[in-house]
Design a protein around this ligand. Structure first.
Ligand code: KMH
Ligand code: ZN
Length: 282
């Protein structure tokens, strides 16, 4: 692993995801207006990057091309956040539709480095898909965030880098998604092992813990010099019996923790520089 501890902490918010149903959790932001309001409050609370899954009129996960474009534009107009579109979508989305997410020209895209059991489902990321998506992102100057759900995903990241070189901009940012049933556990030893295994090309890393792993992983990540991801995609509870009411509450909590740990939240400008996001959107 090449990078040392950053002086500031990039906070990513993943406000919606593809798994939680609006009818089960009405405060989940699913409309464009809700998403922009969420983004603005999260930016004010310390977020620098937003990881976006969109929903359709029916509040179900969607990869509709027009909605994706409108979302990128609205978030750009309403905030200075780095706009990252999910190419993971939902476990039910076909690979070709997930690839076409890049047509919406986001600043960044997620790129999961391998297939993983996902509860009772399978989140499919065959190597040829990863490879095609990576090359397409390079060509379009979209900065990938490599999502690592398991230790084996680190090996596939290495294979991608060896096959195709560095991403657009030359920086390699990875995010450990821990605690998915079927992936690496949301524990400190698992996170430590993952970070220790990162290839030298990696320039920054972040982590998130699903559900109850949320806070322990956030605390360990801060102590280890990593960056943070929080949001309703990963965790719906502030504490036992206390639902998250707004994504900004999760962002504010870890921003406070980061300040306490002497690594306060990173500005959007510094995060853009750290990830080498292109300066002019396409
Ligand atoms: N919704 C999960 C199946 C990503 O955004 O790239 C996949 C996911 C990863 O959330
Ligand atoms: Zn996601």
């Amino acid at each position: 692993m090449a990078q040392g501890a950053a002086r500031h902490t990039m906070v990513t918010v993943a406000p919606t995801g593809a798994e939680t149903r609006k009818e089960d959790f009405p405060q989940l932001p699913t409309t464009l207006a809700e998403l922009v309001e969420t983004a603005q409050r999260c930016e004010a609370a310390g977020a620098a990057l937003i990881h976006v899954h969109i929903r359709g009129e029916d509040h179900r996960p969607s990869l509709d091309a027009t909605r994706l474009r409108d979302t990128v534009q609205a978030l750009r107009e309403g905030t200075d956040l780095i706009v990252q579109l999910s190419t993971g979508g939902s476990v039910h989305d076909p690979l070709d539709q997930r690839m076409r997410v890049l047509d919406a020209a986001p600043d960044s895209c997620s790129l999961t480095c391998g297939t993983v059991n996902f509860g009772n489902d399978v989140f499919a990321n065959p190597y040829p898909f990863m490879s095609d998506l990576y090359v397409a992102a390079q060509e379009r100057e979209v900065v990938p965030e490599f999502e690592l759900f398991d230790l084996g995903h680190v090996a596939s990241l290495q294979r991608l880098l060896e096959a195709h070189g560095l991403p657009f901009g030359g920086k390699v940012h990875v995010d450990f998604v821990t605690g998915v049933p079927g992936g690496m556990p949301g524990t400190v030893p698992a996170l430590v092992a993952g970070v220790a295994a990162l290839p030298a090309e990696v320039t920054s890393w972040s982590a998130t813990g699903i559900g109850r792993a949320h806070l322990p992983i956030a605390a360990a990540t801060l102590a280890m010099g990593g960056h943070l991801r929080v949001g309703m995609e990963d965790n719906l509870m502030m504490a036992r019996g206390q639902q998250v009411q707004h994504n900004a509450d999760l962002v504010a909590r870890v921003a406070d923790l980061a300040t306490l740990m002497q690594r306060p939240a990173m500005s959007t400008a510094d995060a853009r520089e750290m990830l080498a996001i292109r300066t002019e959107p396409v």
